[in-house]
Design a protein around this ligand. Sequence first.
Ligand code: R5P
Length: 303
Amino acid sequence: MRTVPLLMALDGNAGLLDGLARALPVERGACEWRHFPDGESRVRLVGGCAGRDVLVLCSLDRADARFLPLLFLADTARELGARRVLLIAPYLAYMRQDTRFAPGEAVSARLFAGYVAGRFDGLVTVDPHLHRFRRLSEIYPGPHRLVHAAPLLAAYVREHVDRPVLIGPDSESAQWVAAVAARAGAPYQVLSKRRLGDREVEVSLPETARWAGHTPVLVDDIIATGRTLLQTVAHLQAAGLKPPACLAVHGLFAEDAYARLQAAGVQAIVTSNSVAHASNALDLSGLIAAATAELLQTTEGIS
Ligand code: R5P
């Protein structure tokens, strides 16, 4: 009889790890990651993994710091006899760099997805930022499963927001806003955005006259610098609408983004636990567990 997979996390996200360990037939494995004084990483897989499937949970925010140690872990597991090594990366990094915006610039989305696909036997991820690449399979050749957080966002809206109107700040957000609005039974509007720099965006004015008495709910996949949401919040405030709630799948909160949003007079800032953060209120463990179980089953015999 085959032993159950080992589940371990490279770095943090204890809440999600616990949820997955409860929801999946797995045994908890362990690994260690620390830095030597010179900054190089020491990675250790604790305990044996010969003949076992190894599931590594590692969200890829801060990918530049985490990815090399993650490869050390995956390759060590393989050297020690792991049968398959699968990655559960709720946030998949670099997806927004999906074209060569300037001559000579790396199309990091394609490159990074290729690096992951080359080193793991399968990937589970949550709402990757698909824009110019319409499907992850265009850049990720290996077995994978996508989780969509829309049901969780919609449940939050239904349970916590009075007379919601959903607002997507840019055309990319239309896919998420439409899915959440349909499930929440709420109207929605999608704005347009022009990015002028890393920390500068121009978001179009919402049609606010129709929404007096509604509570605006801003829905986006990612909060990075927070500038997209901050400018949309400012438009809504100028129009005299109620304080909005801000919902996002992945809360990266670069620099002082969280403090700025908190200070902007919003009603709530809510994210999923794809990236561990104080704003996490949407637990992905059930959805990720189901996708992981399916991936394990469908890739059985592929390796
Ligand atoms: C990009 O189109 C994404 O959907 C988000 O709107 C974007 O990443 C948010 O970035 P920031 O928080 O830096 O404005």
